[in-house]
Design a protein around this ligand. Structure first.
Ligand SMILES: [Zn+2]
Length: 364
């Protein structure tokens, strides 16, 4: 039997998980959970939790031949999936700024980004530098990162707008949306996340989209950031969100892209395989056609900006069995990552994340 210290050491270095997931807490998923096809190919087997190092088990990922989504088979049941979320980052209530205010150029950019947030999204962030509204739009990666942080929020409709965030993490965006004039609410199945957000004064409850039976057609905007890949029935969730939106309401969604440059580069070491938390991973084209099937129109691809600088260092740490926690670039990123970031700007299908907005038609 492994000692506690050797186990901690193994986890710290992201090496193989030592225990098995309880076999009675696994369910098989022979058909594609998105399109129902039987036709699949093995993508990877023997995957382990290398990102957080908390979930036991080895995992197999298949890719659908029809819709090109990937899924875990077998996967943890709904009842047992909580095992994979011990020490998960949503329990951390701290906010992570895009640029830290650490002197010189960083301080200038930090304050300039605040000015861009304030003028573009109606926030009141301080300290700010009034050059930001002119300079940030000239730096596409920074502009894209701030726009994605603000979920491309439009002004609330006259008389006030209701916004729902499904899976609100540390509540940072709910706070931002409230500041921008929205009436913002959050739902999350994780009681700890709900308690932490309530302690910050946010309007949240422990629920899933299916639980909001009486709220049909009542939200002007729904936000889903890195959530859809974690749910057992993503198609059902998308249908429920469609039901909850007002006609003309907007869905904002962000999820890893199986067709990304990072996945091609790192393969089985790519951070966003993240087994067994990511139950389904979409390809950009497949997700867009699924949203159309649910009834959404006006699907627009957006760009998150700066995501390669998060995904690549962690994927590299996984590949070379280094500690993934705190894996980040100190100082200048390698030139390959700078090129990957430029590539993202022009080739939306290859981006690390599928970031899209879609609209519920007025007549549906
Ligand atoms: Zn499929």
């Amino acid at each position: 039997m492994e000692s506690a210290s050797s186990r901690n050491n193994a986890e710290a270095h992201g090496s193989e998980s030592l225990a098995e997931w309880p076999v009675e807490e696994l369910e098989s998923v022979p058909d594609c959970p998105i399109c129902g096809s039987h036709d699949r190919a093995l993508l990877y087997d023997g995957l382990t939790d290398r990102v957080f190092g908390v979930a036991p088990g080895k995992w197999t990922l298949y890719r659908c031949a029809r819709c090109e989504s990937a899924w875990l088979d077998p996967r943890p049941t709904r009842e047992s999936i909580g095992l994979a979320y011990a020490n998960y980052y949503t329990h951390d209530a701290s906010d992570h700024p895009i640029v830290r205010r650490k002197g010189g150029l960083r301080t200038f950019l930090h304050d300039a980004m605040n000015d861009y947030r304030n003028t573009r999204y109606g926030l009141k962030r301080a300290p700010s530098n009034c050059l930001g509204r002119w300079i940030i739009p000239l730096v596409p990666s920074l502009r894209a990162a701030v726009d994605a942080e603000c979920r491309h929020l439009p002004s609330p409709p006259p008389g006030g707008g209701r916004l729902l965030e499904v899976g609100f993490g540390n509540g940072g965006f709910l706070k931002l949306a409230t500041e921008a004039g929205w009436s913002a609410e959050g739902i999350d199945p994780d009681q700890k996340a709900v308690e932490a957000a309530r302690s910050r004064g946010l309007n949240v409850r422990c629920a899933s989209a299916e639980d909001l039976k009486s709220e049909s057609g009542s939200y002007d905007m729904i936000v889903l950031c890195h959530v859809i890949e974690h749910v057992h029935d993503p198609l059902l969730v998308l249908r429920e969100l469609y039901r909850l939106l007002t006609p003309g309401g907007t869905l904002w969604l962000d999820t890893p892209n199986l067709n990304s440059k990072g996945h091609r580069k790192f393969g089985r070491y790519w951070r966003d395989l993240d087994p067994p938390r990511h139950l389904v991973i979409f390809g950009s084209e497949s997700l867009i056609s699924i949203l159309g099937g649910v009834g959404f129109v006006g699907v627009r691809r957006r760009w998150r900006g700066l995501s390669v600088f998060d995904v690549f260092p962690v994927s590299e740490a996984i590949k070379y069995s280094r500690d993934t926690r705190g894996a980040s670039r100190n100082g200048k990123p390698p030139i390959g990552e700078v090129f990957a970031e430029l590539h993202e700007m022009f080739f939306s299908k290859d981006r690390e994340f599928i970031t899209i907005t879609a609209v519920k038609p007025v007549e549906s």
